[in-house]
Design a protein around this ligand. Structure first.
Ligand code: DGJ
Length: 382
């Protein structure tokens, strides 16, 4: 196994969707194991077939290593950020590949295909007494811009050293960091639990509404005991909480989302005044079926609409789990949904899937899986 990644060099051809690499890719034979390369549309999203994990490279030819994060458009560029993982297996040990010892990394692109590494924007600490001591997890980091303070605000699911999920403070909290610039060094402000300390924080996302208000949407886990048997259990469901004006804390304005028990990986899209919340099921790292909700009011009621995926491998969301969605700049009504094909034997081999979001009616959307596509040839909205 190569020290820098888990792929065996002979079996791996990296895909860097720029013209030069398209030429190289065009002459590569597709392999049957992980890390395939095939011809792809110029400037296309190369997701690969369900059985494939296509590796995308940055403009320096290195693996893009920004996991379960998001994409934000600012100052004429797209900024893609996520947790920088290690080429190890996901385990509950210090060497767990789903943990980081470096931090949250960011890339930038003007065309969604050529990604330049900007560097680490929030780093782990070597101070043994720091909350950011690695290995740890900045899981599912999301960034929104505050129009009042002019700061970029990041929230994430914080799992402190040694980075294993738990129920105690420091293992299931929301972490917050801020920066004056989108690609600057973010200053970590600390951890908190919205609503009450009883409610653990797990999967999460951020949403900024048209009026500039911000919201934290997360899987809230509350220990419960059966009144008859006294048996302890955990109640899990998605909650939406309004953020303070500076986006740094949560207010007491919140709502539990109907029918969202044991849903994870929340992703929010707003279109024509309607909110669409896409979620995954809950099965650890195993793939499962997604479902989505829609509403005209952020605080509900949320209507459960069913599986957004179409085609064949919908039971596993085409072997992936949702991460984020963003609007294509300058193309009204066009959103790209990002998911991740997690590969737990070696987490840096988890690949990225970019899907076009197709709205079939004002209240219905679907996600057609496309092994290869480009934003110039958007699937027809029905
Ligand atoms: C499923 C979640 O969506 C992931 O973010 C991760 O927390 C895994 N469970 C297990 O760690």
């Amino acid at each position: 196994m190569n020290a820098n990644n888990c792929f065996h060099p002979i079996a791996t051809t990296f895909v860097q969707p720029t013209c030069l690499s398209l030429l190289l890719v065009g002459i590569c034979l597709s392999a049957t194991s992980a890390g395939l390369a095939r011809t792809e549309p110029a400037n296309g999203f190369h997701n690969g077939e369900v059985s494939e994990r296509v590796k995308w490279l940055d403009t320096d030819g290195h693996l893009i290593n920004a996991h379960d994060g998001g994409i934000l458009f600012a100052d004429g560029k797209y900024y893609w950020y996520g947790m920088e993982l290690r080429p190890f297996m996901a385990t509950n040990t210090l060497a767990g590949g789903q943990k980081t010892t470096t931090g949250v990394v960011m890339y930038s692109s003007t065309n969604l295909f050529d990604w330049k590494r900007e560097g680490l924007i929030l780093s782990c600490s070597t101070d043994p007494n720091s909350l950011l001591k690695g290995p740890m997890r900045f899981e599912r980091p999301k960034i929104i811009f505050n129009d009042k303070t002019k700061k970029y605000v990041m929230w994430f699911h914080y799992v402190g050293y040694p980075g294993d999920h738990g129920q105690d403070i420091g293992t299931a909290d929301a972490g917050v960091a801020v920066s004056d610039t989108i690609n600057g060094r973010y200053t970590f402000l600390g951890i908190q639990r919205p609503i009450s300390d009883k409610g653990e924080v797990k999967d999460c996302t951020l949403f900024k509404d048209d009026d500039g208000s911000g919201y934290f949407i997360y899987d809230r886990v509350v220990p419960t005991s059966d009144p008859l048997t006294g048996k302890m259990d955990k109640k899990r469901s998605l909650h939406i909480v309004k953020l303070s004006d500076d986006f740094l804390t949560c207010t007491k304005t919140y709502k539990e989302i109907e029918n969202s028990a044991r849903r994870e990986a929340p992703v929010m899209i707003k279109r024509n005044g309607r909110y669409f919340l896409i979620t995954s099921g809950m099965s650890g790292w195993a793939y499962n079926r997604s479902s989505y909700f829609q509403t005209t009011n952020l605080f509900g009621a949320y209507e459960l609409m069913g599986d957004p995926c179409t085609g064949t491998n919908t039971a596993t969301t085409y072997d992936s789990q949702g991460t984020h969605a963003f609007a294509v700049e300058g193309q009204k009504d066009r959103f790209i949904f990002i998911s991740e094909r997690h590969y737990t034997p070696c987490m840096t081999d988890s690949s990225y899937i970019f899907w076009p979001v197709v709205f079939t009616t004002p209240t219905n959307l679907h996600l057609p899986y496309l092994p290869e596509w480009d934003a110039e040839h958007w699937p027809t909205e029905k």
